[in-house]
Design a protein around this ligand. Structure first.
Ligand SMILES: NC(=O)c1ccc[n+]([C@@H]2O[C@H](COP(=O)([O-])OP(=O)(O)OC[C@H]3O[C@@H](n4cnc5c(N)ncnc54)[C@H](O)[C@@H]3O)[C@@H](O)[C@H]2O)c1
Length: 429
């Protein structure tokens, strides 16, 4: 295995060596302490913004520590290593052992195989999720997989099969942390208990601002695609599958169903960033019993953003903003009043890490606490099927928009579509 110190070679040589070796040591660092404890040993696969947030949240539970890192790009792994080493140091814990830092296209296999790791946080770009999840579950590791679980129908079906293999053997969580946010939990319970009466229709919207990403001017076109995967349709699944899926997931959860058909329009009109993702979607989803839910989204708003779901029933109306009211109006009025509200300015730039305040203030901490408890108690979670259902729901809206006509759930599943990025990661760098 290559052990040349990172700073003695250029980035190109480093990547070539990493590609050849499959993975390599980034730099020597603290040897893992002998103070072995019962904490869940976490490996972070995909050391970007959300992965760093997710893994930090796991440490915050007090029941986990980060012992391994894996990333396609050495600089990303190094950045995360510095961050987690500092965090460990501040808590008087040992840093990450150099032998547990893996980079290159095969880094996902190396972290999956590591004997030092109990659970993997999977936060690579969505296109890679089925492949990476497959490896991690095959290696018997618990996994916290970020949404969306896949970008295409074939990938979602693969995740359902992976979930079946994981059943009862390990915990598999999917990153829909809103389902753990106390205001949303209470709202869902009340609506499902009949607080709105018979639901006729609903609206969900996800109005977000432009995502700020570095330009990577010296990178090749392909590398830039991977670095800025969020602007790339195939690597992200487009904004409806990558981002708006949170609102669609809340609709599925509250209505306890998935849409049976969709029709809609969308496009790329004003966004100026690179890539080919749309900047808006306008979809009408039909849920069972003819409950129609509109989904409107944007990803370019200046100075303002809002995310919300609203349901209209015979007894009342609900709304559930990320930041703003979470309430039911009508015959059975109710409103969430958080104990520790942190006002969030609407002008603040939209969160890329998922760290929101207000109604979502406890979403991540509750979600991560439940994940760790599921592992330590042996009461394993399995959110593969629900995660795939929400991914397929978003794909249904996307497909209807791309095709320009109504598409049913059954038609979508029959397409068995597979998206090909055309990228050979071994040739990167
Ligand atoms: N639940 C939430 O609220 C939330 C919020 C933000 C992002 N996310 C999700 O988290 C995931 C990651 O998003 P992010 O914003 O952290 O992206 P990011 O670009 O900041 O991080 C992705 C990391 O994966 C690495 N990577 C790319 N391809 C790889 C490969 N083949 N093998 C190994 N590493 C690879 C990149 O170098 C990068 O470090 C996405 O699925 C995204 O949708 C969820």
């Amino acid at each position: 295995m290559e052990s040349t110190p990172r700073n003695k070679i250029g980035r190109r040589e480093f990547m070539e060596a990493a590609a050849a070796a499959g993975f390599m040591i980034v730099k020597p660092k603290l040897v893992r302490g002998t103070a072995a404890n019962s904490a869940v040993r976490v490996g972070l696969l995909g050391c970007g913004g959300r992965g760093t947030e997710d893994a930090s949240n796991l440490i915050d539970t007090g029941g986990a520590r980060v012992v391994a890192l894996a990333d396609l790009f050495p600089d990303q792994a190094e950045k995360a290593m510095t961050y987690f080493d500092r965090l460990a140091e501040s808590k008087g814990l040992p840093g990450i052992d150099a032998s547990q830092v893996f980079v290159g296209p095969k880094a996902y296999e190396a972290i999956a195989a590591s004997k030092e790791v109990d659970a993997v946080v999977l936060t690579t770009p969505p296109y890679f999720h089925p492949q990476h999840l497959e490896a991690v579950v095959a290696a018997g590791k618990h996994v916290y997989c970020e949404k969306p679980v896949a970008v295409d129908v074939r990938g979602a079906k693969q995740v359902i099969e992976i979930g079946k293999r994981a059943e009862g053997k390990l915990s598999l969580d999917v990153g829909f942390q809103i389902r753990s946010a106390p205001p949303f939990v209470e709202l869902a319970k009340r609506i499902q208990g009949g607080a709105l009466g018979k639901i006729a229709c609903g609206e969900a919207y996800y109005y977000g601002s432009t995502l700020e990403r570095p330009d990577w001017p010296d990178a090749s076109t392909v590398e830039r695609r991977v670095r800025n995967w969020v602007f790339d349709r195939v690597l992200s699944g487009d904004i409806i599958v990558e981002q708006n899926i949170h609102a669609i997931d809340v609709c599925n959860w509250i209505l306890q169903a998935h849409p049976v058909k969709a029709v809609g329009a969308g496009g790329r009109k004003v966004r100026a960033d690179s890539g080919d993702v749309y900047d808006h979607y306008n979809v009408v989803f039909s849920y069972p019993d003819g409950v129609h839910v509109t989904l409107n989204s944007t990803q370019f708003d200046k100075g303002w953003w809002d995310v919300n779901e609203r349901f209209f029933g015979s007894k009342g109306v609900s709304e559930s903003h990320y930041s703003g009211p979470c309430a039911i109006y009508g015959d059975e009025p109710w409103s969430w009043s958080a104990n520790t509200p942190v006002p969030q300015e609407k002008t603040e730039s939209f969160s890329a890490s998922g760290a929101f305040h207000d109604n979502l203030a406890q979403a991540d901490s509750e979600k991560k606490k439940a994940f760790i408890e599921s592992i330590t108690s042996g009461q394993f979670h399995n959110q593969a099927a629900a995660g795939a259902e929400s991914a397929l729901s978003a794909m249904l809206g996307r497909t209807a928009v791309y095709k320009g006509h109504e598409v049913t759930w059954d038609e979508l599943l029959k397409t068995n579509e597979r998206w090909d990025s055309g990228i050979d990661l071994n040739k990167l760098g």
